[in-house]
Design a protein around this ligand. Structure first.
Ligand code: CMC
Length: 374
């Protein structure tokens, strides 16, 4: 055994600098390029937040209008993406479909095939915008396909959030509900060196291409310890069923040492900076829907678990039921997270590429001593 100190899970290890976001667990704050995420959620369209993450500054009115126009022009899917989705097993998980579709987008990008094409980093901003514009159309197509419904083409008279909901449901909810969706996207957009972003940076550090890095990030996000938790929260709420069942359910879950999805965080130990904003957004939907049963279940589970374990909810706890109330299938929650987080991932891929060092840590070997074939 080596006496090297092992930082399992890289916990507490600072591996690089970033100017994209700052997570401060002491003050429970999260800044995107210096702006508190709560302020951005209260005031900015999601398109402006994407622009901020990529460019480092909020867009002027002219820059935003120009970006919005470009984004709207990039929304339609290549028919081969629809063929690809149709070729997938009907019961495949939506995250597998989204991961595969992103991979296909890489194959469509002709600039990758040119000599030195994928290492031409001047093209990465355009690739980030393309992924940003395509993902809602892919996610909406996956949702409608699951329900056996005809696909709905993007509308270029609608902003990002409205168009996403339009393509998914064929109708628009109230303005208040649209705003809840927009807020969730802003809160999900970026969170420093989380597992999926770090995965993207590892792949980018080999000077691989942006799509490959995003495919890897989607794979990392799928796990329930990370993005898959928003889906898992809904399964937990459905398993418990009603507020009256929380206490016996928690007794059993804690006795079995089960992880309760939507609670706990590697960095925040006293509460997730994004939760109060998303919690308030969820209340709007609970109120609008009249779902007192879900409101009670949500509140009682939180209160009981915090009281017993001192472990606080993370963003996935309020966002899971919010997506449910907006009408999405539970398996679509993490794909929505992909559509939001692709902004942060691509900003990090560009930052990694701009001052690259191959990410290649060491390991302490603990296997058999040298031996020889008899
Ligand atoms: N339910 C029950 N116990 C928990 C939970 C939980 N959700 N989270 C932490 N603990 C306990 C854990 O069992 C351990 O106890 P002990 O020391 O007695 O073994 C202690 O708290 C420390 O937990 P850990 O798993 O070693 O800490 P970590 O920093 O590696 O975990 C985490 C962070 C997010 C993986 C973990 O809290 C967890 O599994 N939560 C549930 C999944 C979840 O909600 N993930 C979303 C994360 S945030 C948003 C996102 O990325 O999508």
């Amino acid at each position: 055994m080596s006496d090297t100190e092992i930082k399992k899970g890289l916990a507490g290890v600072v591996v690089d600098e970033t100017a994209i976001s700052k997570v401060n667990p002491e003050t429970n704050s999260l800044l995107y390029r210096g702006y508190p995420v709560q302020e951005l959620a209260a005031t900015q369209p999601f398109e402006a937040v994407a622009y901020l993450l990529w460019h480092g500054e909020l867009p002027s009115a002219g820059q935003l209008a120009e970006f919005e126009q470009r984004e709207r022009s990039l929304r339609s899917l290549d028919p081969r993406t629809l063929q690809l989705l149709d070729a997938m097993p009907a019961d495949a998980h939506p995250m597998d479909l989204v991961r595969t579709a992103v991979s296909q987008l890489g194959a469509f990008d002709g600039t990758l095939h040119e000599a030195n094409g994928w290492t031409d980093r001047t093209l990465d901003l355009g690739r980030a915008e393309y992924l940003f514009a395509q993902l809602p159309t892919i996610v909406a197509a996956v949702q409608r396909r699951r329900r056996g419904l005809p696909l709905i083409a993007p509308r270029d008279d609608l902003d990002y959030s409205r168009n996403f909901l339009w393509m998914t449901f064929g109708e628009l909810p109230s303005d208040a509900a649209v705003d809840v969706f927009r807020v969730s996207l802003v809160l999900y957009a970026e969170h420093s060196f989380n597992a999926s972003t770090f995965t993207a940076r590892v792949i980018a550090s080999t000077t691989s291409d942006m799509y490959s890095a995003v495919v890897g990030a989607v794979g990392a996000l799928k796990g329930p310890l990370h993005g898959g938790a928003n889906e898992a929260v809904m399964h937990v709420l459905e398993e418990i069923g009603r507020a009256e069942n929380v206490v016996p359910w928690l007794d059993a879950a804690i006795a079995e040492k089960r992880k309760i999805m939507g609670f706990g965080h590697r960095v925040y130990k006293h509460g997730d900076s994004r939760v109060p904003t998303m919690h308030a957004a969820l209340q709007v939907l609970l109120e609008e829907s009249g779902r007192r049963d879900l409101a009670d279940l949500y509140a009682v589970l939180e209160a009981e678990f915090v009281a017993r374990k001192g472990i606080y909810p993370n963003l996935d706890y309020p966002s899971g039921p919010a997506y449910h109330l907006l009408g999405f299938d539970t398996e679509i929650f993490t794909p929505i997270f992909v559509a939001a987080r692709v902004t942060g991932w691509t900003a990090h891929i560009m930052e990694q590429s701009a001052s690259n060092a191959l990410i290649r840590p060491l390991s302490a070997y603990n296997g058999a001593e040298e031996r020889h074939v008899p």
